[in-house]
Design a protein around this ligand. Structure first.
Ligand code: ADP
Length: 173
């Protein structure tokens, strides 16, 4: 993982020391990690939180996703990895988290994300900060990666090396 260079300006230090990057991460992609790395530059502390969702599981178990995220983020001192179920805002309250960070890939992400952000702000007064996807990741999603890999496509440029290897094992290659 490239080193985190922390922002020493306005954002550092004050209002949002601890943020969460929530998601399914099934599996984590370079798009996810780009958002986590940039959040780690902006905020004091980042928790990457894997949503435990019994309706949306596989191919990776939650424990496998946590392990993959831990390895991928191991170079970043202010990033920790955890899982949660239930409402994200309850998890935030239990853990002293000040804000939610989400990546925005395209306009198509926006409507749903705005709705969720407004709901979370209304429920608990917890705001959401959007970080724009890097252009090279704006087409990238876990589901697309899985689909392409299932049909034998090479997805190694889109994933951390250990995720590529784990996905190949899952697909029996
Ligand atoms: P997905 O299955 O669509 O990849 P996740 O629930 O795992 O979605 O995503 C968690 C968070 O990561 C969301 O805020 C999502 O917008 C963001 N994200 C996912 N892929 C990317 C990407 N390629 N670039 C930037 N942000 C991303």
């Amino acid at each position: 993982a490239p080193p985190v260079r922390r922002c020493r300006g306005l954002l550092r230090s004050r209002t949002m020391p601890h943020v969460v990057c929530p998601g399914s991460f099934d599996p984590p992609t370079l798009g996810h990690l780009d958002i986590v790395r940039r959040a780690a530059q902006l905020f004091d502390r980042v928790t990457v939180a894997v949503l435990i969702n019994p309706d949306k599981s596989g191919p990776f178990t939650v424990d496998e996703r946590l392990d993959l995220l831990r390895v991928a983020g191991s170079g970043w001192a202010n990033v920790t990895v955890d899982s949660f179920d239930g409402l994200l805002v309850d998890y935030c309250r239990r853990n002293g988290i000040d804000a939610i960070v989400k990546g925005l890939r395209a306009v198509s992400d926006f409507e749903y994300e705005l709705q969720m952000a407004q709901m979370n702000a209304g429920l608990a007064g917890i705001d959401t900060v959007f970080i724009p996807a890097s252009p090279e990741h704006s087409f990238l999603s876990s589901s697309l990666v899985k689909q392409v890999a299932r049909y034998g496509g090479d997805v190694s440029a889109l994933l951390p090396a250990q995720v590529t290897a784990a996905l190949a094992r899952k697909l029996g290659r």
